[in-house]
Design a protein around this ligand. Structure first.
Ligand SMILES: NC(=O)c1ccc[n+]([C@@H]2O[C@H](COP(=O)([O-])OP(=O)(O)OC[C@H]3O[C@@H](n4cnc5c(N)ncnc54)[C@H](O)[C@@H]3O)[C@@H](O)[C@H]2O)c1
Length: 253
């Protein structure tokens, strides 16, 4: 399929697992891909993989917590590729090694988690929307939420707040941008497993109702659908990609 022939897609966090997979999939379907990540080295890995497969991509590096970087990323994408049709804000994640109950959490960690996951989504969406409205050709904006936003998770108050903010933010922005034919949606993965993860049934039977691993390609499938012409009438929605994980009630299947 060449669903994205002639389209330009900018992805943040595109050197990471889900972002890298999505970036390669966009390129494989004909998009020119503007690969943004925190460092040039990380972004370049994805660019090299895309070019090795015959696709077109450019790397750009900086911190999505900084609105000036986000404006610059969109401006540079337009300068190098002539426009921006699709913006996917993938950069983010929980505090991982620094996760703690809110009563023990530090200002730095909380600000960082809100900065990357929520402010980054707002800065990137604003920068992309400004350019898309100006160009007058419509567009697609997709941000990353999480099932944690819907269900909650101990030691993740900051992350839940950020991802919940993303799912709320896209509703309002979808209303603002509808008349410009720009759709705004979010995806909310459950646990996305690296192919070499050997956690076995803890991950398959323990965290979803399909008893399988969710891989980055499962998330990319939905991101690409929402970015495509087939997704043109979907806006303001958060798609859970979690094998039913967020349906669970404590103590009962
Ligand atoms: N992996 C999962 O199980 C899972 C589940 C739910 C939601 N998500 C969400 O999916 C997205 C991608 O997750 P992943 O597993 O691919 O993570 P990952 O760590 O592999 O990729 C995240 C990328 O974001 C980049 N990044 C981090 N901070 C940044 C900053 N300040 N500026 C610019 N870039 C920055 C990192 O360098 C990295 O390449 C995240 O938003 C995450 O919250 C992941």
């Amino acid at each position: 399929m060449n669903r994205f022939e002639g389209k330009v897609a900018l992805l943040t966090g595109a050197g990471g697992y889900i972002g890298g997979t999505s970036a390669r999939r966009f390129a494989a379907e004909g998009a020119k891909v503007f690969v943004c990540d925190y460092t040039m080295e990380i972004a370049q890995r994805t660019v090299d993989a895309i070019r090795a497969a015959g696709g077109e991509a450019e790397a750009f590096a900086g911190d999505v917590r900084d609105s000036k970087f986000c404006d610059a990323a969109v401006a540079e994408c337009v300068r190098r590729f002539g426009g921006i049709d699709i913006m996917v804000h993938v950069a983010g994640g929980s505090a991982r090694g620094k996760m703690a109950k809110l009563i023990d959490q530090t200002d730095d960690v909380i600000e960082n988690i809100l900065g990357v996951n929520l402010l980054g989504a707002i800065w990137m969406s604003r920068a992309a929307a400004r350019e898309m409205v100006k160009a007058g050709k419509g567009g697609r904006i997709i941000c990353f939420s999480s099932v944690v936003a819907r269900c909650g998770l101990k030691k993740c108050v900051d992350y839940a707040a950020a991802k919940g903010g993303v799912s709320s933010m896209i509703c309002s922005l979808a209303k603002e941008l509808g008349e410009d034919k720009i759709t705004v949606n979010a995806v909310a993965p459950g646990i996305v497993v690296r192919p070499d993860d050997n956690s076995g049934e803890n991950i398959t039977h323990g965290t979803n109702f399909l008893h399988e691993k969710c891989l980055a390609d499962d998330v990319a499938n939905v991101v690409l659908f929402l970015s495509s012409e087939e997704g043109r009438f979907v806006t303001g929605q958060t798609y859970a990609i979690d094998g039913g994980r967020s349906l669970a009630m404590k103590g009962s299947d």
